[in-house]
Design a protein around this ligand. Structure first.
Ligand SMILES: N[C@@H](CCC(=O)N[C@@H](CS)C(=O)NCC(=O)O)C(=O)O
Length: 203
């Protein structure tokens, strides 16, 4: 059975959400952030040297990086047709683009902005300007995409939506989506899924 190492308020919600979408049986190991530093505890370091969540264990296989974990679960526990377009189609490469965009591009801008908003500081102008430009670039791209289609990989919900949602939720919490009507409607749509709601209860 898959063991999911879950850290409170973290990207590991993605893995629980996917497992709920697929109605698979799994076991959650709960880890709590240090209340002062907000960093992961040593219990997570014992599982993986990076001490980041999510990590899964499946028999002898230990995997970190949420996008890779989602692909591993889809490859191992489905016939390949669930929650992603058929391999090697143009839609599949769009799916992969969004699956990786969440951590590869969007997270740098959103997480930097989150940290800037938590700090009281005069501000490093070059860094702040770079982040503002990246936020606009990435979130405009998201908004334009969602003005034309319901989900990131096209008309069907896929694991790319699971990757993207958590980053967009953080963006919403720090006030970056106020004028992004398509992105906000998209969030309402995916957050009403039964598996999302079950994952939220567990994580
Ligand atoms: N790119 C990684 C990011 C992993 C990551 O940074 N996880 C955060 C939680 S969202 C974490 O474990 N933070 C605790 C720490 O850095 O001590 C992924 O998508 O899995």
């Amino acid at each position: 059975m898959i063991k999911v190492h879950h850290l409170n308020r973290s990207r590991s919600k993605r893995v629980i959400w996917l497992l709920e979408e697929l109605a698979l049986t799994y076991h959650v190991m709960y880890h709590q952030r240090d209340p002062k530093t907000q960093l992961a505890p040593d219990t997570l370091k014992a599982v993986h040297p990076l001490a980041k969540a999510p990590v899964i264990e499946d028999g002898d296989t230990v995997i970190c990086e949420s996008s890779v974990i989602l692909e591993y679960i889809l490859n191992t526990y489905t016939d390949g047709t669930q929650l992603r377009p058929a391999a090697n189609t143009p839609e599949y490469y769009k799916y992969l683009e969004w699956l990786n965009f969440a951590e590869g591009s969007l997270s740098l801008a959103v997480i930097s902005k989150l940290f800037i908003s938590m700090e009281e500081r005069a501000g490093d102008q070059a860094f702040d300007a770079y982040i503002a430009k990246e936020i606009a670039l990435n979130l405009d791209y998201v908004e334009t995409t969602l003005s034309k289609q319901n989900y990131f990989a096209g008309d069907e919900f896929s694991a790319a939506d699971i990757m993207m949602t958590i980053m967009l939720e953080i963006a919403q919490q720090i006030g970056l989506l106020e004028d992004k009507t398509h992105t906000l409607s998209y969030l309402d749509l995916v957050q009403s899924r039964a598996a999302y709601l079950h994952a939220a209860e567990k994580g």
